[in-house]
Design a protein around this ligand. Structure first.
Ligand code: HEC
Length: 98
């Protein structure tokens, strides 16, 4: 009984992974989802409002997002980084973005 169901379980699991990867199309909610999943734990909105901002323009915002995902060992690609930078930019910074 158990022996028979293992291949079925494996099939379902691998199908699930494939479906997740196929959905890796950039959409506006992706940055928000990534940020609220991985970053918000030790961030209050204050970090993005304070006077002595590290992110002084869109490029340095992008660099900060890249730095933080690296510190967290998240392995984001450029698309993920720019999705989160755009999300934060829309929400807090309002720098001219390319
Ligand atoms: C371990 C806690 C922690 C996590 C997790 C974290 N941050 Fe931060 N973040 C900070 C702190 C603290 C600062 C302020 C750093 C400083 O002043 O040098 C900061 C600063 C920043 C800034 C610069 C803000 C500014 O304008 O001065 C950005 C952008 C940022 N984080 C993005 C992210 C992103 C994106 C993630 C998720 C990948 C993330 N952070 C995860 C703690 C964290």
């Amino acid at each position: 009984m158990l022996r028979k169901s293992i291949p079925v379980i494996l099939f379902v699991l691998s199908g699930g992974v494939a479906a997740t990867e196929a959905r890796a199309v950039p959409d506006p909610q992706r940055g928000e989802l990534l940020y609220s999943t991985h970053c918000i734990a030790c961030h209050s909105t204050q970090i993005h409002w304070r006077d002595k901002k590290l992110a002084r323009d869109y490029q340095s915002l992008l660099a900060e997002v890249g730095r933080w995902q690296k510190l967290g060992g998240l392995g984001w690609n450029d698309e993920d980084i720019s999705a989160v930078a755009r999300y934060l930019n829309t929400l807090h910074y309002h720098y001219p973005a390319p």
